[in-house]
Design a protein around this ligand. Structure first.
Ligand SMILES: Nc1nc2c(ncn2[C@@H]2O[C@H](COP(=O)(O)OP(=O)(O)OP(=O)(O)O)[C@@H](O)[C@H]2O)c(=O)[nH]1
Length: 419
């Protein structure tokens, strides 16, 4: 690793306890994986931070100056005792200072969430479905009616291309089949909308670690990108809960170093469900360094998934490309990226689509998370953004609550629109 004198000074000033704390995270996670149950709620230690130089790849993109706080190893354990446990005395960490922190929460499983998606869409008034059905149930559909239908779709952010396709398909079938009965019209509309949303796309989240022939496991790495304020950190928090609810072990990487509060926010989300966060104590630290350390820590700790948050607060495409390119290259030294999730705010309409286009070009997006779907009746953005990027919406944000994130289900979504 080449380190210039400034960087060296910074490195020493930052004090980097990577090896030590990674070992603690490893101990914590391996205990959790092995299912050890410490049913007594022993308070866990606060680990003293010891400056240790970070090992890193041997080039200019070497990560440095990252702290790996043992956030998971803390808590009064009254719900999931196996999730947070003090390292044993033989770990060489010395006498731990005892600390009492909040209990670890039990997130709700994903299963019940799809129904909530339907409820939320229905409660949002869903003018798309209601207005479409109101027009389609008229006795004779004149040219103006078809224009009104198309306008309704456009207003719901479905996009010009898909709206035109849906109207053409509906027109043909209504004419050919002579449909009048509202129930039949609704069934037809449902089928057409579903086709637009495309139930054939693979919406599974790739979160399984890979296992080499020799049995070595490499965690799945999820990189979360998007413009600031779209809900990246919140989404990672919610997603972490979803993963924990499925029994997966997780490490978070706070590579949004632009704002110190973002790392605090992520750490808080993680600690609520016993998940550690790798972060830098310095605002403005190299995001790629944090990302690298998070993945390396996740590997050492043998976790299932590493989720990396990013800032997305860049002024231009070239800067964004540089930063995300560096993050992905540096992560790639440790593990392949399993998913690049683009977080988009559903309420931003065309602006969101422009963002999607840029991130799609620079970040190799594999899935979309559409947040704040609870705050808009314009569900058509699902169709438009999938068309724009050619990748599926995999998750949707349905509120600010900790479990308001659901795997996207096309049928539940369309039914929600048509309620
Ligand atoms: N209603 C609603 N609010 C949401 C949803 N997801 C996130 N939010 C809110 O959106 C706001 C921004 O969320 P953050 O997670 O901080 O956004 P970010 O993209 O990480 O922003 P930066 O850290 O500035 O890059 C917060 O107030 C969240 O509570 C959602 O699905 N529904």
């Amino acid at each position: 690793m080449r380190v210039n004198s400034d960087a060296l000074t910074t490195l020493l000033a930052a004090g980097v306890p990577i090896a030590l704390v990674a070992a603690v995270v490893t101990l914590f996670v391996s205990r959790r994986r092995s299912g050890d149950d410490t049913s007594t709620s022993a308070p866990a230690p606060t680990i003293e931070r010891v400056p240790t130089p970070a090992a890193a790849p041997d080039d200019d993109e070497s990560p440095r100056g990252v702290d790996v706080p043992p956030t998971a190893g803390v808590g009064t354990l009254d719900t999931l005792p196996e999730q947070a446990e003090a390292p044993p005395a033989e770990s060489g960490l010395g006498t731990p200072e005892l600390d009492v922190l909040p209990s670890i929460e039990v997130p709700t499983p994903a299963a019940g969430r799809l129904a909530r998606l339907r409820d939320r869409l229905a409660r949002s008034g869903s003018p798309l479905g209601t207005r479409l059905l109101a027009v389609l149930s008229r006795d004779h559909l004149a040219e103006d009616d078809w224009d009104e239908l198309e306008e309704t779709l456009l207003l719901a952010d479905v996009g010009a291309g898909p709206s035109g396709e849906l109207i053409d398909a509906l027109r043909t079938r209504v004419r050919v089949e002579g449909l009048k009965d509202p129930a039949q019209v609704k069934t037809l509309l449902r089928a057409q909308l579903l086709e637009l949303v495309d139930p054939t796309l693979d919406r599974s989240l790739h979160v399984a670690p890979t296992v080499a022939a020799d049995g070595t496991r490499t965690p799945a790495v999820l990189l979360v990108v998007g413009v600031n304020g779209t809900g990246k950190t919140t989404t990672i928090g919610k997603l972490t809960r979803l993963l924990v609810a499925e029994g997966r072990s997780v490490v978070l990487g706070a590579a949004d170093t632009f704002r110190a509060a973002a790392a605090d926010q992520l750490e808080t989300w993680g600690s609520r469900v016993g998940v550690p966060t790798v972060r830098s104590e310095r605002e403005g630290a190299d995001p790629a360094s944090v990302a690298f350390e998070a993945v390396r820590t996740g590997k050492q700790a043998d976790v299932d998934v590493v989720v990396v948050d990013t800032a997305g607060r860049l002024q231009n495409k070239a800067g964004l490309m540089d930063e995300l390119g560096k993050i992905t290259r540096v992560i790639g030294k440790e593990a392949p990226l399993s998913e690049v999730l683009l977080v988009l705010d559903a309420t931003t309409g065309q602006n969101g689509l422009n963002q999607a286009r840029v991130f799609g070009e620079v970040a190799g997006v594999t899935g979309i998370v559409l947040t704040k779907l609870d705050g808009t009746a314009k569900g058509g953005i699902v169709v438009a953004v999938q068309r724009e990027l050619g990748v599926p919406v995999k998750l949707v944000g349905l509120g600010e609550g900790p479990d308001d994130l659901a795997p996207f289900d096309p049928e539940a979504f369309v039914d929600g629109l048509l309620q």
